[in-house]
Design a protein around this ligand. Structure first.
Ligand code: GMT
Length: 381
């Protein structure tokens, strides 16, 4: 293969709001901007995928609703669609994000095709596919089998690479390619956004973005907010990728309902990132934490627990502040100290932005995926 020929790449991810789907969509968009032909294969168009781009195509997978099955099956129609798109568009690579069920479907698709027209399969592992499903006896062996059959495996942090061996016993090569963020321009000014959110002059804007799954420990987020003083110095804006009714219910008994503003399924996240003063995250585990990176890109440092791959993203004390897991009081004190010291917060924000651009921008990372694709294609072809 000529080293300059644009690649034909199939991408499959979970299209719902979640880090792996967001990363896969942004990677597809960036690859298309660099001249590669991108084919998304999924049951719905991924969240945040540009709606019209001449080199981005979407191939829907129809999910069955046969009475015969108690649970609808997605893996088989996905694999058939992957094989169909691979053959019709002569794909070089099928790049699947999140192992379950995509790695197995890609493996099946590959084996349905004649050897000469098989795309290379690359699996990017994102987090819970390893740390949760990898240790589930009903999934682990299937995930490991699919990784062994794949042509390339990547993880989004060094931490997650270690977890692949630990949870799955997979000992093959794993390439670490960190997440990246390619922000859009904000569509509104900082003041417009703060007015929309009802922030009073002088009130600091804390920001939390997540899908509110149990691993995000929203219980600890609310306990932290309940301990931040002075009480009227801030509001916490939560961009929720999903139903936030449990969050509202949990806020009332802690007396923090008036400190919290919730927005669900926001697409123009840049408007909010640009208006925020400090990120606040309470996950018990994260392979990376894309949301912290998104905030960093806008010069907004975060306070978080030092878990999983977060210390690879944030240098504590420089580009954000990390505290040991499980101590909301420590998080609250850290937030208070940074809210009280705008000079330090601003220096941290500058360091956060520089680090984000230096290590985790599209320009730094997308080329590493392209090099990896070409290496994997060259190695087999
Ligand atoms: O847990 C989530 O929020 C979703 C999950 C996913 O698969 O979409 O996120 C994982 O992938 C993100 C993108 O690589 C990482 O930034 C998150 O840290 C990771 N989540 C966990 O490891 C729990």
């Amino acid at each position: 293969m000529s080293p300059d020929r644009p690649l034909r790449i199939g991408i499959t991810c979970h299209p719902s709001v979640g880090g792996s789907g967001i990363l896969a969509s942004e990677l597809g968009a960036e690859l298309a901007d660099r001249g590669h032909e991108i084919h998304f294969i999924s049951h719905a168009p991924p969240f945040r995928l540009p709606r019209s781009h001449p080199r981005i195509h979407f191939h829907p997978v129809k999910v069955n609703d046969y009475d015969l099955f108690k649970y609808p099956d997605y893996t088989l129609p996905l694999s058939v669609k992957m094989a169909e798109v691979s053959a019709a568009h002569r794909l070089d690579v099928l790049h699947v994000h999140y192992a379950v069920p995509h790695a197995t479907a890609a493996m099946l698709a590959q084996s349905m095709l004649p050897p000469a027209s098989r795309p290379r399969v690359i699996v990017t592992l994102h987090g819970t596919d390893v740390m949760l499903l990898g240790s589930d006896a009903g999934y682990g062996p299937a995930i490991r089998h699919a990784l062994e059959a794949a042509d390339g495996v990547t993880t989004v942090s060094q931490f997650l690479k270690g977890q692949v061996r630990r949870h799955l016993g997979y000992t093959g090569a794993v390439e670490v390619i960190p997440n990246f963020f390619a922000p859009q321009k904000p569509t509104r000014t900082r003041n417009e956004v703060r007015a929309e959110l009802g922030l009073a002059p002088g009130e600091a804007m804390l920001l939390h973005l997540s899908n509110l799954r149990p691993v995000k420990r929203i219980d600890l987020l609310l306990k932290t907010v309940a301990q931040i003083q002075p009480r009227h110095s801030f509001k916490l804006v939560i961009l929720a990728g999903g139903d936030s009714s449990a969050l509202t219910i949990g806020a009332a008994p802690l007396g923090v309902a008036d400190r919290i503003v919730i927005r669900e399924n926001v697409t123009a996240i840049e408007d909010y990132l640009n208006a925020a003063d400090l990120g606040l995250f309470t996950s018990e585990l994260e392979s990376f934490c894309l949301s912290i990176l998104e905030a960093m890109t806008f010069g907004c440092p975060s306070v978080a627990f030092a878990v999983g791959g977060i210390p690879e993203v944030v240098e504590s004390g420089q580009s954000g502040q990390l505290v040991p897991f499980g101590d909301p009081a420590a998080l609250a004190r850290t937030v208070e100290a940074l809210l009280a010291d705008p000079t330090r917060r601003s220096a941290m924000g500058t360091a956060a932005r520089e680090r984000a651009l230096m290590l985790f921008s599209a320009d730094r990372i997308v080329g590493r995926y392209v090099d990896f694709y070409r290496r994997v294609c060259g190695a087999k072809g």
